[in-house]
Design a protein around this ligand. Structure first.
Ligand code: AMP
Ligand code: MG
Length: 402
């Protein structure tokens, strides 16, 4: 058996480097910048008011209090999106809405709550304004020429908002990978059809397609293939031309019908690992014509865990992420997690909760490698080193799946 670290390093050392591409901002969510973003404009582009209220000359309000208000003449009404046609002169004010540009002559905003309308053209100012009050300066958020985001930034929703506020429509990123997902097995059926004897529904492919998307890649559905060498070869041949990475499930253990193994061996150099972990002991990995292929085990939980431990970090690395691994934390065992010594590290499906500065874990259900429901409920994998497991109250390391 090979150690988890040995296999993981083997994979991460073999996958191709990230490729650079220029993409539209609208396609950039989750991608990593390959060039820094430099602002070409100020944000906001002009000084404006942060409050609904009155644009005033601070000097006019020096004596204003609740009991001794100052009366100013309102010379205009200004909404966001418009520019005042008049200046604020001595003894004057402009009624102004949040986001509207500062009118000439005014040097402060008095919030509407500290005023009272008087007559058709008057306002009573009931508090003293200080120069600069409630004014958002031009460039207060971002200044033209500034490096806003550096190389390696993962673009999230707020980044896309900032790019948009700067009028930046395209960015240089590490390309999003196209990842093909294929299920193999004569027993597999798709959808709500009546199952024949010995048949089961394909659960790995929908799960792995979703995991691929959740990893920030484009998922390509390659369907189900029977355990037929000729058909498998055909599918692989065409997928290798259109995908950056292939993920298959099933057919990689040591059974007589594990034809995926046979076909991949013919197409290129694959490594067949027996990883010292449970679940997900068998794994095939290699480059076929430069395309990384992950041959994951067929049991659904094994497929899931194998993707988490090997495929996800590799996909992240290939897309330029600096952080490719899930967060691991120390937790306290809340329910017993016994195991037998077998030379493997066990990844138990657990529910993790955080309470008062401390993580707690408990098995989420059955730990069999086909018990996908317990995997679905879990939000962590407890890492149990070889031995007899954990008793209640024992410390345990957990990989967080969120
Ligand atoms: P294999 O690795 O092909 O020997 O499959 C191991 C176990 O996983 C068998 O019980 C298969 O029926 C099951 N299996 C394989 N592929 C899938 C799949 N796509 N969805 C659900 N179960 C599967
Ligand atoms: Mg099979």
């Amino acid at each position: 058996m090979n150690s988890l670290e040995e296999v993981r390093q083997g994979i991460l050392g073999a996958v191709p480097a990230p490729r650079v591409a220029s993409v539209y901002r609208t396609d950039a969510l989750g991608l990593v910048l390959s060039s820094a973003v430099i602002a070409t404009e100020d944000v906001p582009p002009f000084a404006n008011t942060a409050m609904d209220g009155y644009a005033v000359r601070a000097a006019d309000t020096v004596t204003a209090t609740d009991d001794t208000p100052v009366r100013l003449r309102v010379v205009a009404d200004l909404a966001a999106g418009y520019v005042a046609g008049v200046e604020v002169g001595v003894g004057e004010a402009i009624r102004i809405m949040t986001g509207a540009p500062m009118p000439k002559g005014a040097d402060a905003i008095l919030m509407v709550e500290r005023t009272e309308r008087e007559g058709a053209d008057g306002v009573l100012i009931k508090a003293r304004a200080t120069t600069g009050d409630h004014i958002r300066a031009a460039g207060g958020d971002v200044v033209a020429g500034q490096e806003v985001f550096d190389v390696g930034t993962v673009l999230g929703p707020a980044h896309l908002g900032v790019l948009s506020s700067l009028g930046i429509e395209q960015v240089d990123v590490f390309e999003r990978l196209r990842v093909g997902v294929l299920s193999t097995g004569d027993e597999l059926r798709e959808g709500a059809v009546a199952l024949g004897p010995g048949q089961i529904r394909d659960s790995n492919r929908p799960m792995l397609l979703a995991m691929v998307e959740e990893s920030g890649c484009e998922a390509i559905d390659l369907g189900i293939t029977r355990d037929d060498e000729a058909r498998l070869t055909e599918i692989f041949e065409s997928a290798l031309a259109s995908c950056d990475v292939l993920v298959t499930s099933g057919g990689v253990s040591v059974g007589d019908y594990d034809v995926v193994k046979a076909v991949l061996d013919q197409l290129g150099v694959l490594r067949w690992w027996q990883v010292a972990i449970k679940p997900a002991k068998p794994l095939a990995f290699g480059l076929l014509r430069g395309v990384p292929v992950f041959g994951l085990p067929g049991n659904p939980v094994s497929s899931h865990v194998s993707f988490e431990l090997f495929a996800r970090p590799a996909l992240k690395q290939m897309m330029g992420h600096r952080e490719c691994f899930r967060r691991e934390v120390q937790a306290v065992t809340e329910g017993p997690m016994p195991r037998r010594s077998d030379g493997k590290t066990h990844f138990d499906r657990v529910c993790v909760r955080y309470d008062d500065g401390q993580f707690f874990v408990m098995r989420s259900g059955a730990q069999a490698s086909n018990a996908l429901a317990a995997m679905a409920i879990a939000n962590g994998l407890a890492i149990l080193p070889d031995g007899d497991g954990c008793a209640v109250g024992d410390p345990v390391r957990v990989m967080l799946l969120y």
